[in-house]
Design a protein around this ligand. Sequence first.
Ligand SMILES: [Fe+2]
Length: 298
Amino acid sequence: MATHLCKDRALVNDWHVVADCSAIASDAPFSTRLMGVDLMIARNGGGMSIVRTDTGQPVCSEKRYGFVWACLGKPERDPFYIRESDEADRHLLSGGSIAVNVSGLRLVENFLDMGHFPFVHTGFLGEEPHTEVLPYTVSIAEEDEILATECKFYQPIASPTAQQGMQVDYTYKVIRPYTVALYKSNPVDPSRMDVIVIFVQPLDEDNCVAHSYLCYLKDGMDASAVRSFMQLIFAQDKRILESQVPKRLPLDPRAETPIRADVVSVTYRRWLEERKVTYGAIPFRTASGADSRDRMEG
Ligand SMILES: [Fe+2]
């Protein structure tokens, strides 16, 4: 399918991570792409400047959590605030930026899916015969985020500090269409949660870069071990994601048969549809035959 520029207001007027700050050299600009628009990022004193390579026009930019952010339109709100990033007893670091040949919406949905743990992350995040996804609760929070709570899954090696298999408590939060967070019980102090946030950069509708931001409690944990663990897990996901057909996420609820474990993914697709997010999706065709892209306003 041909690449087209994004017209979804919810995405054009929002912030997106476009690079890890450490990837931007002081003497050479860094080129990347956001929703079909080629960008050039350069260091500019203590900050960063971003221009579109097609028009040479500057693009709104920010630095936060060690990443460079861009907004192609007019920002309507700030980047998502991560409360745990203010806690001194946590490692705060990038878990890496991984390019994946699939729609970023597919990547978010895969991140929300516990059902794949025993089969894709065998021996780490799951193993047979512990394959059942137990019932959990999904709600839309006041901030218009999707919350999946009371998620539980047996994991042989839940994190780099795990000494044995354990039942892990999860909370998922979809914060923006292309931003998702996971709160996971810490093996050393089960009363607190480790946090992984995935900022997905849609390069175009069929390609993305997943930038991960990790907020892990330091106790008993080495920063490099956290990062390597994340990269090991993500490499397993990349292989599965790139084999998905179609590459874009269908929003029609009948397109892919839902099972109980998919409650959060069904909610995510509906939430995208209601917010008129079409970029990276296969819009839901209505009974009249018009699809939601035709109904959308620029
Ligand atoms: Fe996975």
